[in-house]
Design a protein around this ligand. Structure first.
Ligand code: ADP
Length: 763
């Protein structure tokens, strides 16, 4: 390009020179002739020529300058172009280098892929389980040796073959045992199965009785990986186990039946031995003879207990134990068990206390014998393994009005030796005792808890224990029993208006529980733990002095006399685990009545009412059984908001209780059993969601569901699903609006509750 442009430039710039040369030639030619003609003319011609010459020279200079400038420009241009060229060249070099690198990476990657593929294939080939890969159309892409070996060199089974053809070959060649499906049925089953998006594993049996479990998984691009595992050994083992189990079970049943029969056979003569020893003891015997007879009787009785346990256990094992449900009084049943155990408890100075929830009925439907057996065992153990303190039997529950049943929760708490942590898991097993130096002194068969567990489970209940070594144990069981007849008027307060009851016991657990029970029955109670305190509390308001005679001060005659010195009239009711034993005691003479402890409810109410009447107190007219007011629990930490809430519902006849945080809400929920809960979501200590979760967990046991309405700080749309997930039923955004609150209350209110709005009065 460049030279050509130069050449062009040259030819173009050459024009002025040519002109000049022509001029000079003309001048030379013309001058010879002219000079000869006229010297003047010559001179003028010369001047003219000189001028032209000068003009030509100037023109030449001009053109030369132009030429120079053009040249310079050309040079610069050339320079720039060559710079660009070398730049481009460098770029090309870099790209070439990069290409080289990519190429080498690519080939390294290719080598790696090949290696991995080879290794993978080797691994797949080496596994003993069958492996095959099919494409989206179910054509075989590849299969390992183990997979193909089943087909024993069948030509057609190779990559490319369709799944359907494989199935066909399997039935045609008798490779598979199609069993009850039959060949075509089996193929259909297998074809349908493989078309599922996620085929379930299938077990097939081959001609040689081998069992193969096929597991197939579809890949994202439609491929299907099929894995066939030989599970022959496992299947055989399972079969053997099943057979062994059947044999063992029938042997066990036979053993249990034998034991049941045997213990029955032993029991009859043993009853004779014990009975006759009893009769013999009543005849005139020497002291030595009496000792022998007593020993025979005691040993016989101990043996009978063991035999009864074995008998029961065998019956349960042989599945021969049946329940005989009937109407019975649970409270009385427990009282009787306590009464039976009272002597051993008393010998150790233990308090046996019963806390029977006043709000659950006592008349129930169940097998009283079997329930008593569980109670005897658990309370008996508690007494046996406790040397000091108390044994507390607690009965709580939730009656369901609709099913007329009550979910009972009975717990037996003791302050005994406890059970080591590593043993606690075993004690419900047969013949399992916590064997150590400490309790070797206690006798027993080790069957009691195993039997109790079985009995509770036959009643569709649950039994459990918590225990701390050296501190005590807490055994509990749950059973669901029918309520007999009409439920008692549980909400009545028969002791209301009967004057104050001054209660004296040095034993805290008795004092607290008794005071609580009396208060629930409507009494005003002043509980005292010293004689002086009790005497100080006596006043004209006192209806009765209730004294625990089993505690030291209660048995103290001096205390009785001090009471009489202070107040000659106040009725004294002595409470004792064995009221019969008080007969003839001087303190009994000072008292007006005795009461069995733990007190059966009816006796207690009867005695207290009778004695207080003597003092001129009358029970308030029994409250008409008005439907109760709806109870609302509102969890809200902010006092102002509490006030606002209260204001909003002031026109409604409801009872509102406020909880200041989630923890309080959970506690109050248990205490007041609300009909509806409003739950602030963000609260200190425990937030509303967590509190709700706790409440829902508690409810799961009781199988109830109280509506809970979340109060959310602002409309947090994103959070609502989370709120509902936590177990809340609805949500209301804050600031609260009166109509929303009222709508929610009205939605939950029902006809068994007192009306929400007072009837309009005249004023
Ligand atoms: P037994 O009382 O006849 O030995 P059980 O089956 O009733 O048999 O109890 C099994 C074992 O569990 C007892 O031997 C004792 O070690 C332990 N045990 C049961 N109840 C209690 C209890 N209340 N306190 C401490 N240990 C207990």
């Amino acid at each position: 390009m460049l030279p050509r442009e130069n050449a062009l430039g040259k030819s173009h710039k050459a024009a002025p020179f040519k002109q000049m040369f022509t001029l000079m030639a003309d001048f030379a030619r013309d001058s010879g002739d002219a000079m000869q003609e006229n010297p003047r003319l010559l001179a003028s011609k010369l001047t003219q020529e000189r001028r032209s010459w000068l003009a030509a020279e100037r023109l030449l200079e001009l053109k030369q300058a132009e030429l120079f400038a053009a040249n310079k420009k050309l040079g610069q241009h050339a320079q720039q172009l060559s710079a660009e060229i070398s730049e481009t060249r460098a770029e090309v070099e870099t790209i070439r280098g990069e290409n080289q690198r990519v190429k080498s990476h690519l080939s390294a990657a290719n080598r790696k892929v090949a290696l991995t593929e080879r290794r993978l294939w080797q691994s797949i080939e080496s596994i003993t389980d069958g492996f095959a890969l099919f494409d989206g159309d179910m054509n075989l892409i590849m299969a390992n040796r183990a997979y193909l070996s089943v087909f024993d060199g069948l030509e057609e089974i190779r990559p490319g073959v369709n799944y359907v053809t494989i199935l066909q070959a399997m039935t045609d060649e008798g490779i598979v045992n199609p069993g009850s499906f039959g060949p075509s049925g089996w193929r259909r089953m297998m074809t349908e199965r493989i078309q599922e998006p996620r085929p379930e594993p299938v077990v097939i049996q081959l001609w040689d009785r081998a069992y193969i479990r096929f597991m197939d998984q579809r890949g994202p691009d439609g491929d299907l990986v099929s894995l066939g595992i030989n599970i022959t050994a496992t299947v055989k083992y399972e079969q053997q186990l099943k057979e062994a189990r059947t044999v063992a079970e029938s042997a066990n049943r036979a053993k249990s039946a034998f034991l049941a029969n045997m213990s029955h056979e032993i029991r009859t003569p043993m009853n004779g031995v014990v009975g006759m020893a009893d009769v013999l003891a009543d005849t005139g015997l020497s002291d030595e003879q009496r000792l022998y007879v007593d020993t025979i009787r005691n040993s016989g009785e101990a043996l009978l207990v063991i035999i009864n346990d074995v008998l029961d256990y065998s019956k349960i094992e042989a599945k021969k134990l049946e329940l005989y449900p009937e109407e019975f009084d649970l409270e009385r049943a427990i009282q009787e068990v306590l009464l039976l155990l009272q002597p051993s408890a008393k010998a150790k100075g233990l308090s046996l206390v019963l806390d029977y929830d006043l709000f659950i009925p006592t008349q129930l439907i169940g097998d009283p014998g079997r329930i008593r057996q569980v109670l005897t065992n658990l309370i008996g153990n508690a007494v046996k393994f406790t040397t000091e303190g108390h044994v507390l039997v607690r009965v709580t529950g939730v009656p369901s009005e609709t099913t007329h049943r009550v979910k009972l929760h009975i717990s037996i708490e003791d302050t005994g030796i406890g059970i080591p942590e590593d043993k606690i898991g075993h004690i419900f097993g047969e013949f399992n005792q916590v064997e150590n130096e400490r309790n070797r002194q206690f006798d027993g068969t080790g069957l009691g808890l195993a039997i109790s567990k079985q009995l509770v489970e036959i009643m569709d209940g649950e039994i459990w224990v918590t225990s701390e070594e050296g501190v005590g144990s807490n055994f509990g069981f749950k059973v669901d029993l029918g309520m007999a007849g009409e439920t008692e008027d549980r909400l009545e307060k028969p002791l209301q208006g009967l004057g104050q009851i001054v209660l004296l016991s040095e034993v805290e657990v008795k004092r607290v529980l008794l005071a609580d029970q009396l208060e629930k029955l409507g009494a005003a109670v002043i509980a005292c733990d010293t004689g002086e305190a009790a005497i100080q509390q006596l006043s004209p308001k006192t209806g009765l002095l209730l004294v625990d005679h089993d505690s030291a001060v209660g048995a103290d005659l001096a205390f009785g006399e001090a009471v009489r010195a202070q107040d000659a009239e106040v009725p004294i009711l002595l409470m004792s685990t064995n009221p019969g034993s008080l007969k003839g005691l001087p303190i009994r003479e000072l008292a007006q009545g005795t009461l069995q402890f733990p007190p059966p409810r009816k006796d207690m109410i009867g005695q207290i009412t009778a004695l207080s009447r003597h003092q001129g107190f009358e029970p308030s007219a029994p409250e008409p059984l008005l439907p109760r007011v709806m109870r609302i629990l509102a969890a809200e930490d902010n006092k102002t908001n509490q006030l606002v809430f209260r204001k909003m519902i002031k026109d409604l006849e409801v009872e509102v209780t406020f909880a200041n945080n989630g923890e309080e809400a959970v506690a109050l929920y248990q205490e007041i059993s609300p009909d509806l809960i409003f739950m602030d979501i963000s609260m200190p200590r425990m937030d509303g969601k967590e509190a709700t979760r706790h409440i829902r967990a508690l409810e799961e046991e009781l199988q109830v569901h109280v509506p809970i309405v979340a109060l959310t700080a602002h409309a947090m749309t994103g959070d609502n699903s989370e709120i509902l997930e936590a177990g809340l039923d609805h949500y209301l955004p804050k600031p609260l609006r009166k109509p929303d609150i009222i709508t929610r209350i009205e939605a939950v209110h029902h006809s068994k509750l007192a009306p929400l709005r007072r009837p309009q009065s005249a004023d």
